[in-house]
Design a protein around this ligand. Structure first.
Ligand code: 6PG
Length: 240
């Protein structure tokens, strides 16, 4: 990662406080990126965990941070399901509902993975060309199997060292995916990983503390990031 802290950072909150804790971390990191760079690239995670965090990020920024620089935020996506932008499974749709529309982010600054506009490999190449050389704030989730973005255990994506965006296949539907590759995670300036629930505790512990290979736990690619967990997802970690 860029100039982000190299040592791991773990913030743990009670389940009811998780969204606010995560929102506070993201506000801190976005403001730091804006201070450092002016216009910044914020790359969103999909799935279900981030929704409440994005919603709280918008309301907290609005009520607590005078002049939060949404105008300077370019929104990117770490992965997308191969479904249309209005499909309930679309990460873009979730981001629009929870963050982009409520924050009033200009369409010109929202960079959707243009599912459906061409063949998947072409869309992936378009996104690879457009993606900034270094993302300022990269938000990731983690699956129970240790995947992150749509980089799944033992997938060929883990060996991809040329391209930064590729097609992928998820073991769970929607199977068709587009995803950033390991280099994008490694090169990101700040990485924030969000996880809640007891079902994630094993994957979180493996990613942060285990000596398991990245091939078996792709979320280890983010082990030096800022991990924001609820107490259930943190239950497998060694007490500090
Ligand atoms: C996706 C995500 C994926 C997600 C994890 C956790 O498109 O599904 O990018 O990597 O972050 O699967 O998903 P939940 O937050 O729904 O548990």
């Amino acid at each position: 990662m860029g100039d982000a802290p190299t040592a791991r950072s773990v913030e743990v909150a009670a389940p009811d406080d998780f969204a606010q804790t995560a929102a506070d971390v993201l506000i801190r990191e976005v403001l730091a990126a804006h201070e450092a760079r002016g216009e910044l690239g914020l790359c969103l995670a999909g799935g279900s965990t981030p929704r409440a965090v994005y919603e709280r990020l918008v309301t907290t920024a609005e009520s607590c941070v005078v002049g939060f620089p949404w105008h300077a935020v370019h929104v990117w996506f770490g992965d997308e399901r191969w479904v249309g932008p209005t499909d309930p499974a679309s990460n873009y749709r979730m981001a629009c509902e929870a963050l982009i529309d409520p924050a009033g982010i200009d369409d010109a600054n929202v960079h959707r993975m243009r599912v459906g506009d061409a063949e998947p490999e072409v869309v992936a190449a378009w996104y690879d060309d457009a993606l900034p050389a270094q993302l300022d704030v990269l938000i990731l989730g983690i699956g129970e199997d240790g995947h992150t973005a749509s980089i799944f255990p033992d997938s060929k994506t883990l060996g991809e060292r040329e391209r930064r965006v590729v097609t992928a296949r998820s073991p769970v539907p929607p199977h068709g995916r587009l995803t950033i590759t390991p280099a994008v995670i490694e090169d990101a300036c700040r990485v924030v990983v969000l996880a809640t629930g007891a079902s994630k505790a094993g994957a979180v512990a493996a990613a942060i503390e285990g000596d398991i290979a990245v091939e078996r736990c792709p979320a280890r690619l983010a082990r030096h990031g800022i991990w924001v967990l609820d107490t259930d997802a943190a239950a497998g970690l060694d007490p500090l």
